[in-house]
Structures are given as structure tokens and as C-alpha cells.
Design a protein around this ligand. Structure first.
Ligand SMILES: Cc1cc2nc3c(=O)[nH]c(=O)nc-3n(C[C@H](O)[C@H](O)[C@H](O)COP(=O)(O)O)c2cc1C
Length: 312
């Protein structure tokens, strides 16, 4: 569990993406984190505190006058033993509040009252025009300058039906970002090239020879390097795995293709990690047409030649 023992305050503001944060909460809890949810009044219009309490296993706070905290100051106490403050979704309005130090509800006051060493991660979620608005962009610039880390947003189709920048990252991407925030950035500024997965050597247009490599090891290495701050390129044979968030993936099929991509990129890398299961041989006489069974019952006469050695 990557977040074992971590205490996360999860602030939710008013946006449709609140439903995705239900899934993020499950992910954080599954990874071992304790999650203290704090919601703005607008957030409670999109998802109920009941749902968030059920998923986090803790009472949810929505009101700065909440008397459940012994000293009646949730805006102070809730962050005092926290390891990170995550705001997801973060509305345009809340970006403004963060940028200006507003203190007119529990979540905004809690942000201003947080210990300055507490890492703050913010996942903006809004309509494309709201995101592009110069006022929002000014606020984004200010919160970044204040040391607050932005996760996304992404571009794509939006709940309102428009398309563009402003979509919140997916829950699994946010989870990777939160996990990454706790890793020491020992590879910051380094470029890392990783190969992963099997290769596929064609016999004809529909058949080929491959191996049982899952690619999991190389993908895990790429993910860990990225979490450690590296700029990671993953050269992958055919796998069904999702690309680790923030990793640049180049798909290849054959050993020759993997070799060519690696050679073309190797020079400007600091680290090369070869985890792929690369075929030693390829078929020398690849058929341009699909090989067919014959009535005579003969079998294809495949000839092999060695693949280039990527590590040589
Ligand atoms: C249906 C609906 C969807 C909304 N979605 C968003 C959104 O995705 N992002 C956003 O910034 N504001 C959105 N808003 C506007 C915010 O809810 C509004 O600005 C609110 O005051 C934010 O309050 P808060 O920052 O205190 O949570 C939406 C409003 C409505 C009615």
C-alpha cells in the first residue's frame, strides 16, 4: 500500500466532478491513507456528505461552526496532523479563494490556516471557458507561485457538452499524483528510458511469434522513476497495460522497431533500463500474404535470423 499511514485532508468544492472524487476516495483508502473529507456548501449539491462519510469512514465537515471538534475550530485542527491537503474538484471560485487567501467558509479558512509546510495538491475542474478566462489564469499563476501543486486539468469532453481544457484528471491519475507527491524526487531533472513488455515477430500479416512477458515490471519501473521526478519515456511492446500517468509511451511491435526507437533516443537520456523480453530471432522469410493450409499437408518452412541486440 503506497499511502500506508498517510493522513490526507480531502477538500471538495462545487463541480460535477465530485462524483469522480468518490472513486478517488476509495483509491486513497485502499492505498492505506486515512481521508478526512471537508466539503463546501456547493460541493454538497453534487454529492452528499453521507456518501463521502461512507467511503472515507470518517465524519465529513462542511461548516466552520461545527462543534464536533473539542475546541470548535475545525479550520485549525483538521490540518494539524495531516500529511497532505488535496482539493478535488477545485472550482474556479475556489482557485480565486486560494489565490487571494479568502476565509469565508470552512474549507477556504482551513487552507489559509494550514501549516505552511503542508503539501497542497489541487485538481481544477471546470468548463473550458472558465478555465481559459484570464481571471482564472491569473489565479492559477498565483497559486503556483505560492507553492501549491496543480494536478491537471486535462482536455476533453466536458459534462456541460463542450470540449476543451478544464476536465479534471481521472481518479486513478489523481491517485498516482498523490502517491507521487510523497516520493523523494531523487531523479528530478533526469531523463529515463525504459523498455517493457514482449516483442512480436511477424510470420505473415496475421500471425507472429511472441512471448509471455506481461510488461508489468517495466511499467512499474517507469511509474516509480516518474514518481521520483524523472522525465520518463517507455518503449513498450504489445501489452494491455495502462500507461503510467505522466509517462511518455512509444508503442512498438518487433525487436527491430524497439531497437530503432531506443537507438534514436538513447543519446539524450541519463538512464536506460531494459526490462523488455526481446525476441532473439525474427522470421527471415516473412510472408506478405496470409499463409494458407495446403491439401498436401505440408508446413511452412520458416527461416530465422538474429535480431539486433538492443543492449550491445
Ligand atoms: C450544475 C452546475 C455545475 C457546475 N460545475 C462547475 C464546475 O465543474 N467547475 C466550477 O468551477 N464551477 C462549477 N459550477 C459553479 C460552482 O458550483 C459555483 O461557482 C460555486 O459557487 C462554487 O462554490 P465553491 O467554490 O465554494 O465550492 C457549477 C454550477 C452548477 C449549477
Amino acid at each position: 500500500m503506497d499511502l500506508s499511514g498517510k493522513r490526507i485532508v480531502l477538500g471538495m468544492t462545487g463541480g460535477v466532478a465530485c462524483y469522480k472524487v468518490a472513486e478517488l476516495t476509495r483509491g486513497l483508502v485502499k492505498q492505506g491513507a486515512s481521508v478526512q473529507v471537508v466539503m463546501t456548501q456547493a460541493a454538497t449539491q453534487f454529492i452528499t456528505p453521507v456518501t463521502m462519510q461512507a467511503l472515507s469512514g470518517r465524519p465529513v465537515y462542511t461548516d466552520q461552526w461545527d462543534a464536533r471538534i473539542p475546541n470548535n475550530m475545525p479550520h485549525i485542527d483538521l490540518t494539524r496532523d495531516a500529511d497532505a491537503l488535496v482539493i478535488a474538484p477545485c472550482s474556479a471560485d475556489f482557485l480565486f479563494k486560494l489565490a487571494h487567501g479568502a476565509c469565508d467558509d470552512l474549507l477556504s479558512t482551513l487552507c489559509v490556516a494550514r501549516p505552511m509546510m503542508l503539501p497542497v495538491l489541487v485538481a481544477p475542474a471546470m468548463n473550458v471557458e472558465m478555465w481559459q478566462n484570464p481571471a482564472t489564469q491569473r489565479n492559477v499563476g498565483q497559486v503556483k507561485a505560492d507553492g501549491i501543486r496543480l494536478m491537471g486539468p486535462d482536455a476533453g469532453e466536458q459534462a456541460c457538452g463542450e470540449t476543451g481544457m478544464g476536465r479534471m484528471l481521472e481518479p486513478e491519475q489523481l491517485l498516482e499524483e498523490v502517491i507521487a507527491a510523497f516520493q523523494r524526487k531523487v531523479l528530478a531533472g533526469k531523463r529515463v528510458l525504459v523498455t517493457a513488455g514482449p516483442t512480436f515477430e511477424p510470420i505473415d500479416p496475421v500471425r507472429g511469434i511472441t512471448n509471455l512477458s506481461s510488461g508489468k515490471m517495466g511499467y512499474a519501473v517507469a511509474r516509480a522513476a516518474r514518481e521520483a521526478g524523472a522525465d520518463v519515456t517507455l518503449v513498450s511492446g504489445p501489452t494491455a497495460l495502462d500507461t503510467p500517468f505522466g509517462v511518455h509511451r512509444i508503442n512498438v511491435q518487433s525487436a527491430q522497431q524497439m531497437h530503432d526507437v531506443v537507438i534514436s533516443r538513447a543519446e539524450d537520456q541519463d538512464v536506460f533500463i531494459a526490462v523488455a523480453a526481446v525476441a532473439d530471432w525474427k522470421v527471415a522469410n516473412v510472408s506478405e500474404q496470409k499463409l494458407k493450409k495446403t491439401t498436401a499437408g505440408d508446413t511452412p518452412a520458416l527461416q530465422f535470423e538474429q535480431n539486433p541486440d538492443i543492449l550491445a
